[in-house]
Design a protein around this ligand. Structure first.
Ligand SMILES: Nc1nc2c(c(=O)[nH]1)N[C@H]1C(S)=C(S)[C@@H](COP(=O)(O)OP(=O)(O)OC[C@H]3O[C@@H](n4cnc5c(=O)[nH]c(N)nc54)[C@H](O)[C@@H]3O)O[C@H]1N2
Ligand SMILES: Nc1nc2c(c(=O)[nH]1)N[C@H]1C(S)=C(S)[C@@H](COP(=O)(O)OP(=O)(O)OC[C@H]3O[C@@H](n4cnc5c(=O)[nH]c(N)nc54)[C@H](O)[C@@H]3O)O[C@H]1N2
Ligand code: SF4
Ligand SMILES: [Mo]
Length: 751
């Protein structure tokens, strides 16, 4: 019996995260996937200088690395998933038709092992079959060149791609003639990029690790680091020891933020662990702007008697828009705002007191703020608070959008962007002697729409699992099926391979742990973490098949096959990745002396204006903004649904069927509800319900979800991503960033 046919079990969530249970969960998974000797080889190099950068999240490594192991439970799971011994080669694809594979769930698909050779499925065929690499590139090149316009091709990127592959990719795509470079950022931190770029002049965070240890208050908003950035808990524990107060703002009591047992310390493993959050505010979904406004109203009130509560000098010399914000807040009512949040006045005032009495504040956030219609407003409001306090551009203070994929930030730095800056395009033009396209390309939402309307004809994905990651699953499936060619560069089988265009290609690639050998010898790649540190990653495992090709090589061969007359010798570049880095060096700001810096040191910090108090905005100042609270109106029988990650998944990759930290075992099709909401609807624990959303005249439904009574604000519910994605309409997205609003979908729940 496969694991997912076991009966759902619901237990009381644990009191603390990590500890011994985390270690045993990770060891058991890695042992099953590859055995201990291989696991030991990888893990002893994981996140060490000169070692393998963890393919999990983008949390940075501390300067001093623990020899006991510098990784977390979910890093080990990421390794087990990527470097598993099992293989899904040609015999596997002969055994199962695509229709049969479509009946399997995502967990099963991932368990079938590493892809081993290129596969193709042509119109009318039921099964994928092998194709030689040469033939695959010919097919790709001829399909791209046959398009009426380069804008009919779409080139997606997921954030595990290295700097080297990403740079070559965007160069090729623009030489081919389009800016259609949607990426996973579009569904992730795009809202942060837009908000921070506008207000502070850089679309990235401003803090470094050491700032955590100098901060007085750390706000953690809309983020669940215990699961998604586990080593952040170690940093928070250390910050606390240095005196920081930690405030969490989240609809759910996420256990990792409550209590943490550090697996890297014996006292953490065996003792009670550290109580992390000092003030836990269980806010209603999408009411963060209301809370921040309420706080700022009080801070301004206090400042009338105690002016040093605000950083008046900073506000006067470095910012624009303070008076307008003050005027705006003066028309709002504190009590009405607090009421919206669902929080007690006492808790809100406690936070006001903390913020009034301290000046070094770091604000961290992730998807709980970025995936709403007013997501850009959320983040701009966080910036407003930091600006009032002068908490930016100084030690121990600033913005910390915690990035998701391990190199998603680097991919953007390398130029993966559907709306590239003029500066980047000018530089590409002068460095490579061609005129890049100047019109904006498609983001993820626009790309889906274009494919649906048969305007996007070739879809190429450098990593990722586009179909289940995207909103509106059935619409997106239709969009992909409308393509003439879909191509996926992947390490593992996933659902996107099974919903293909008239022709579908799977190009199997090396993962982070695999050794890259090229003509000049063994190679390493580079990545950028969430705090803007660029460093190396050396794969060291013998690839599971000799027919795997590295991502830079796949991109180079696609480019050579498509643009035989280009003035770039693509194949020469991939013989030695330092040649690609030389091109990056002369094109991308901050990479001067790239190879040299890497030879001397393992990593270096990229320039960051906001970190230094220099704001490269349109007016060279930090900008206060006026932002909108949520405009969502719920009907009587509606709930606001957020789609979140379990502890046993990495996005669409399902590691297992448990969510230990929320007490859920053997199941993912669950909906978390407040017990009184359940009672009001006559629902009992484990009742099977249909969830539906009603937007643009359509009713979207998912069935067979089990109700779980949970500590969540009334009127709010939670489900797991990607199971609930069919409920997220394509057009429900943040209005300035196009990030799907997958944390605020209005739903109805019926037995
Ligand atoms: N193990 C593991 N690690 C991962 C990933 C993974 O899937 N698994 N994914 C990676 C990626 S790509 C990303 S982007 C990150 C995602 O990291 P997170 O953003 O931590 O992931 P989510 O599960 O989406 O969690 C969102 C959190 O926001 C809260 N939230 C939802 N709506 C609101 C709201 O309106 N206001 C507030 N204040 N809070 C809200 C939820 O309760 C939840 O705790 O993690 C990365 N790391
Ligand atoms: N409802 C809802 N939807 C969401 C979210 C949400 O919170 N709620 N979160 C959104 C977010 S934040 C993100 S980032 C996106 C994620 O969207 P994606 O990045 O597209 O999805 P992943 O699940 O991370 O992609 C996993 C696949 O990547 C491939 N892969 C793994 N490693 C490598 C590698 O090294 N190279 C290559 N070429 N391929 C590799 C494997 O084949 C695997 O199946 O989903 C978004 N969708
Ligand atoms: S915190 Fe993130 S990067 Fe670090 S080991 Fe865990 S999953 Fe990997
Ligand atoms: Mo993400």
């Amino acid at each position: 019996m496969s694991e997912h046919h076991k009966k759902l079990k619901i237990k009381t969530p644990p009191h603390a995260a990590a500890g011994l249970k985390g270690v045993t969960a990770a060891v058991s998974m890695v042992n099953k996937a590859m055995g201990i000797p291989k696991a030991f080889k990888i893990l002893s190099h994981l996140n060490q200088k000169d070692g393998i950068d963890c393919p999990g999240c983008a949390w940075p490594d501390p300067e001093k690395r623990s020899k006991l192991g510098e990784f977390c439970e979910n890093g080990v799971k990421a390794i087990a998933e990527e470097a598993m011994d099992k293989k899904a080669g040609a015999p596997f694809f002969t055994q199962y038709s695509v229709d049969e594979l479509l009946q399997k769930d995502d967990y099963w698909l991932g368990q079938q092992g590493r892809l081993t050779q290129p596969m193709v499925i042509r119109q009318g065929q039921t099964h994928y079959e092998p194709i030689a690499w040469e033939e695959a590139f010919e097919l790709l090149g001829s399909s791209l060149n046959a398009l009426p316009s380069p804008d009919d091709a779409i080139f997606y990127t997921s954030g595990r791609t290295s700097n080297e592959a990403a740079f070559l990719y965007q160069l090729f795509v623009r030489m081919f003639g389009t800016n259609n470079l949607p990426d996973c950022s579009n569904m992730c931190h795009e809202s942060s990029g837009v908000a921070l770029g506008h207000t502070l002049g850089i679309g990235k965070g401003s803090v470094l690790m050491e700032d955590f240890y100098k901060a007085e208050v750390i706000l953690i908003m809309g983020q669940n680091p215990g699961t998604n950035h586990p080593r952040m808990l170690t940093a928070l524990e250390k910050a606390k020891k240095h005196g920081a107060k930690i405030v969490t703002i989240n609809p759910l009591k996420e256990v990792g933020l409550v209590q943490f047992k550090n697996p890297q310390s014996p006292s953490g493993m065996l003792g009670k662990g550290t109580h992390l959050t000092d003030l836990y505010l269980q806010i209603r979904i999408n009411e963060d702007v209301a809370l921040l406004k309420a706080i700022m109203i009080k801070l301004l009130e206090i400042a009338e008697d105690k002016p040093d509560v605000l950083d008046e000098h900073f506000i006067e010399t470095q910012t624009i828009g303070f008076q307008a914000l003050k005027e705006h807040l003066s028309h709002l009512d504190f009590n009405t705002l607090v009421e919206r949040t669902g929080l007690s006045e006492k808790d809100v005032l406690e936070l006001v007191r903390l913020l009034a009495n301290h000046n070094k504040i770091i604000a961290c956030w992730a998807m709980g703020l970025t995936q709403h219609v007013n997501a850009v407003d959320n983040i701009q409001e966080v910036v407003n608070l930091l600006l009032l306090k002068g908490s930016i551009g100084k030690e121990g203070a600033g913005t910390c959008p915690v990035r998701g994929h391990s190199n998603v930030q680097g991919d953007r730095t390398m130029g993966i962007h559907e709306r590239p800056s003029k500066a980047l395009l000018d530089k590409l033009a002068s460095s490579f002697g061609f005129e890049p396209p100047r019109e904006a390309g498609y983001n993820v939402v626009e790309a889906i729409e274009a494919m649906y309307k048969e305007k996007g004809k070739v879809f190429f994905a450098l990593g990722g699992n586009f179909l289940p990651a995207a909103p509106d699953t059935h619409y997106t499936a239709e969009a992909l099926r409308n393509c003439s060619l879909t191509v996926h560069v992947s390490t593992k089988l996933n659902r996107s391979h099974l919903v293909h265009g008239k022709v579908g290609l799977i190009l199997p690639t090396l993962g982070r742990t695999d050794r890259h050998i090229q003509k000049s010898g063994e190679q390493f790649v580079t990545v950028e973490n969430s705090m803007g540190i660029v460093h190396t990653s050396h794969g060291m495992i013998r690839p599971s098949s000799k027919d795997l090709m590295s991502e830079p090589e796949i991109v180079a061969r696609m480019a050579a096959a498509t643009l035989p007359n280009s003035n770039i010798n693509w194949l020469y570049l991939i013989e030695d990745y330092s040649r690609i880095r030389e091109l990056i060096e002369k094109t991308i700001a901050g990479f001067e002396g790239y190879n040299e810096k890497l030879n001397k040191n393992h990593g270096f910090e990229l320039p960051n204006g906001a970190r230094k108090g220099i704001f490269n905005t349109h007016n060279q100042k930090a900008n206060f903004t006026i932002n909108r609270t949520s405009s969502i109106e719920l009907e009587q029988d509606e709930f606001l649904m957020m789609t979140i990650r379990s502890h046993d998944q990495f996005n669409t990759t399902i590691y297992g069927m448990d969510d230990r930290y929320r007490g859920i075992f053997n199941g993912r099709k669950v909906i978390f509800m407040h017990p009184e909401d359940m009672a009001a609807k006559g629902l009992k624990q484990e009742d099977r319900v249909t969830i539906s959303s009603r937007y643009d005249g359509l009713i979207r439904k998912v069935e067979g979800f089990k109700v779980v009574s949970y500590d969540i604000p009334r009127g709010c519910v939670a489900t797991y991503f990607p199971e609930a994605n069919p409920l997220v309409p394509l057009h429900l997205h943040a209005d300035r960033s196009h990030t799907p609003a997958s944390k605020s979908v209005k739903v109805k729940i019926e037995l």
